[in-house]
Design a protein around this ligand. Structure first.
Ligand SMILES: Nc1ncnc2c1ncn2[C@@H]1O[C@H](COP(=O)(O)OP(=O)(O)OP(=O)(O)O)[C@@H](O)[C@H]1O
Ligand SMILES: [Mg+2]
Length: 293
């Protein structure tokens, strides 16, 4: 390659030190991302997705290995330098949202803009909010919004200050199929503007829009896919169809567990119906992927 990749991580290992010993979350992960790419990280719960995104976003450091993002060598930077890097370069959508419940949606979206010294943000906030279909929620306190609305406020806040790199950790977990489409269109729009986007997800409706899918399992890359084809394999080769098939089995389990929890009275009827419909939608989509994919 004539120029260095925009993002490059090399042999990254992450061990969390806990009271009962070390937990190895990443066991030597290497890949690159080009500027303007939309890359999806998929993998089972606990496989290391959040850990990987935190390291890419300068929120955490690798125990070993190298991390280069937009020309910065993150593994060599001080905490203060990392803070500065994050503010100027990264828009992060957290898995557990990180919004301030007692502030309005508008204020939550405005905070990162103020932090970055963006002036006259109002018009931009209105544009983003309308694209994400939350314009009528802007004046509401975040704690009064639904999970899916909060998720879109978190996405708006992450992109408000116009960062060149957007990192999103399961940004659609609370959304229905139609809203997922809207959010993915929004991300594709950002990509067209030249933004680089990295998304961790369990949802194949998100991953099918990606330029590349990186499959991670137990802290290792198992395969990299582009257009459903394996382009490079890690330790064990596994097809995307196998992945979809496994996911289908997991979803069926989740549906069964949901039914059991409802029968035990652990869920309200609304919660049950909501979650049940969401799982059914994913199930139907996965079945289609197997039929036509
Ligand atoms: N702060 C921490 N301290 C100790 N262990 C951690 C910590 N954070 C994560 N881990 C462990 O590291 C591994 C990877 O966790 P990670 O959160 O990256 O997984 P994930 O792929 O994001 O999972 P999920 O899909 O459930 O969000 C898991 O075994 C987890 O228990
Ligand atoms: Mg996670």
């Amino acid at each position: 390659m004539s120029s260095d990749p925009y993002i490059s991580i090399v042999d990254v290992v992450k061990v969390y030190e806990t009271a009962t010993g070390g937990v190895t979350a990443l066991r030597g992960v290497s890949f690159t991302v080009a500027k303007g790419e939309l890359v999806v990280i998929m993998g089972p719960s606990g496989s290391g997705k959040t850990t990987l995104l935190s390291i890419l976003g300068g929120l955490d450091r690798p125990s070993a290995g190298e991390v280069y993002v937009g020309g910065y060598a993150l593994h060599k930077m001080s905490s203060k330098q990392l803070d500065k890097f994050r503010r100027s370069t990264i828009g992060f959508v957290f898995q557990f949202l990180n919004l301030i419940p007692k502030l309005t949606a508008y204020e939550n979206i405005e905070i990162p803009m103020v932090a970055r010294g963006v002036k006259d943000g109002r018009e931009r906030i209105l544009k983003i909010a309308s694209e994400l279909d939350i314009i009528d929620k802007l004046g509401r306190l975040v704690e009064e919004l639904s999970g899916g609305e909060q998720q879109r406020v978190a996405i708006a806040a992450a992109v408000a200050a116009d960062p060149p790199i957007i990192i999103a950790d399961e940004p659609t977990a609370e959304l229905d199929g139609e809203t997922i489409e809207k959010v993915m269109d929004f991300f594709l729009g950002l990509k067209e503007e030249g933004k680089t986007i990295i998304v961790a997800t369990h949802d194949p409706r998100v991953s099918r829009k990606a330029d590349r899918i990186i499959l991670i399992e137990d802290g290792l890359i198992k395969g990299v896919y582009s257009g459903g084809e394996l382009v490079s394999s890690g330790v064990a080769i596994k097809s995307y169809r196998d992945y979809v098939r496994n996911r289908l089995v997991e979803i069926e389990d989740e549906i069964r567990l949901l039914g059991e929890r409802f029968k035990k009275g652990e869920l309200s009827i609304d919660e049950f119906i909501n979650k049940y419909n969401r799982l059914r939608e994913i199930k139907a989509f996965l079945e289609d992927e197997l039929k036509f994919g």
